[in-house]
Design a binder for this molecule. Structure first.
Ligand code: CA
Length: 514
């Protein structure tokens, strides 16, 4: 899977590998790739899950939401029921996505902000975009990145952060930290959806005063049309689009488009929050209307990109993926926290892949993990030999091409939660504490939380997702010793394989056989 050259050169980085670029003729045959991943998009928030051919494949009821473009797209795609965000939080997922490594290796164990210098995309990691760039692709990033420690490098005010907030969350990414992306229209993290801003390839700031997914899709379409000669039309392209909605805030018409809100504004809350684990009396409940409106708006923005591909005759030779960085609990489980938990609604993300004539449209229950995405994308583009040796995820492209391919399927997906560890006198985070690890198998969800001082088991979450799909009954571990033992054995194998802190420190070793 990994060629010897890459093993030899692993770690030497991009400059060495540029010497072995594929010849132009070969590049011409490579497919384009577009990876669209709105933030905090529940897998359940896609209407097609209620349609024949889909609903019998999942154990949840689809949200009553309008997603006409995704419904059509799903019928042309491989649709995964069980793609998991292992560390369901913005930055850690993005680190896995870009590097193909788990949060303990990607450089991003925690959400990135200016108080957490220990959490930042490793500059020496060979990212998915580095590999595509080295293979002769034009690489473009649009939207939210949120994968690096903000440094005082505002191009308009050198030596200053790009925002006044303390700690700073937003960031400008200078050219040397763009990992092969030669076209840039992005920002770190910023949540004013109708007044977004972006820095372009040359570091110029843009304030378009437009709902961000709508604006970003227009910019992607312009890039596809090559307006202003922004790309080399002889080269294939790799595009990532990190839309921010349906991420919060979702509380007013400042957050979504009115035409979309009108679809939901008169619906009683208990007709929108239809899950048995959702509480329509929560204060947050009102936000479901804005959240669904954002989902519908994202659906339309995504549809614009699909329309442009078709219009330009690029649809056949372009792999299009629709995914998200994590889910959104939206009033389930009595929590206001939309993410960062092992609940299905937090971990389970959309994952749809369309590759006309190469990938047969179908539904598959593969338990895809976040680090698997990078090697799988490379595999789909015919670049499996260029997967860096350091990558921890698996290349499931053979399985995408052929459901019966001779590929070992994973028995489950890790759950990872880290929190701030030690802080110095200035409140700067100097380490992270691996507060929880868990395992999501086809049938069960298990998460173990440890005490910060004793590192002993503090609490657990354990659900039989087959008998209890809405995770209403947290089962006592001692009542199911054999199942817990089996899940711990599977979890231990993966924690060891990825060299996780729980394995290195022997955390809960009386339960987890490493
Ligand atoms: Ca996020």
């Amino acid at each position: 899977m990994r060629n010897q050259l890459n093993i030899l050169l692993g770690g030497l980085g991009l400059f060495t590998l540029q010497g072995c670029k594929a010849p132009q003729a070969e590049q011409a045959g490579r497919p384009n790739v577009i990876y669209v991943f709105p933030d905090q998009f529940r897998n359940q928030a896609m209407e097609f899950w209620g349609e024949e051919g889909f609903r019998e494949r999942v154990n949840f009821r689809n949200d009553p939401v309008h997603t006409p473009r995704l419904n059509d797209f799903a019928r042309e795609s491989l649709v995964l029921t069980s793609a998991m965000s292992n560390c369901p939080l913005s930055s850690p997922h993005r680190g896995c996505l870009l590097t193909g490594m788990y949060p303990n290796k990607s450089g991003i164990p925690l959400n990135c902000n200016a108080n957490r210098p220990i959490s930042s995309l490793r500059e020496d990691a060979v990212c998915v975009s580095d590999v595509f760039s080295q293979a002769g692709y034009d690489c473009a990033y649009f939207g939210k990145l949120h994968a690096e420690f903000p440094t005082p490098n505002d191009p308009n005010r050198p030596g200053q952060y790009v925002e006044e907030r303390v700690p700073a969350w937003d960031a400008y990414t200078p050219k040397e930290r763009r990992h092969g992306f030669n076209h840039w229209y992005a920002y770190g993290t910023f949540d004013v959806h109708k007044n977004p801003h972006y820095w372009d390839t040359e570091g110029r700031r843009h304030d378009p005063h437009e709902w961000s997914p709508q604006h970003e899709s227009a910019r992607v379409v312009s890039y596809l049309k090559n307006e202003g000669n922004v790309r080399d039309p002889r080269k294939p392209f790799f595009i990532m689009v990190g839309m921010n909605p349906p991420h919060s805030p979702y509380r007013s018409l400042d957050d979504c488009m009115e035409e979309d809100f009108n679809l939901y504004k008169d619906q009683p809350l208990d007709s929108l929050l239809i899950r048995p684990n959702a509480d329509p009396t929560m204060e947050k409940a009102e936000s479901v209307r804005y959240y669904f409106a954002s989902v519908t708006g994202v659906d339309r923005a995504f549809g614009r990109i699909l329309d442009a591909l078709k219009e330009l005759g690029l649809d056949k030779n372009t792999i299009v993926v629709f995914a998200s960085d994590h889910g959104e609990t939206m009033c389930s489980q009595g929590t206001d926290d939309p993410k960062n938990s092992p609940y299905a609604e937090s971990m389970n993300v959309p994952f749809l892949v369309r590759f006309p004539d190469r990938i047969q449209p179908r539904v598959d229950d593969l338990l895809l993990s976040s680090p698997d995405i990078m090697p799988t994308l490379l595999g789909l583009a015919g670049l499996s030999d260029s997967i860096p040796a350091e990558v921890q995820g698996r290349n499931y492209a053979p399985l995408f091409f052929d459901a019966k391919a001779d590929v070992v399927r994973p028995t489950g997906a890790l759950y990872i939660q880290n929190v701030d560890g030690e802080k110095d006198a200035e409140g700067i985070v100097r380490s992270y504490f691996p507060s929880s690890r868990g395992f999501k198998s086809a049938r069960y969800t298990l998460a173990l939380y440890i005490d910060r001082k004793t590192r002993e088991l503090k609490r657990s979450l354990f659900f039989d997702d087959e008998q209890d799909p809405y995770q209403l009954h947290n089962l006592p571990l001692e009542e199911h010793p054999e199942i817990v033992k089996e899940l711990c054995a599977e979890m231990g194998k993966v924690l060891k394989e990825i060299d996780d802190p729980w394995y290195r420190e022997g955390i809960l070793k009386e339960m987890i056989p490493y």
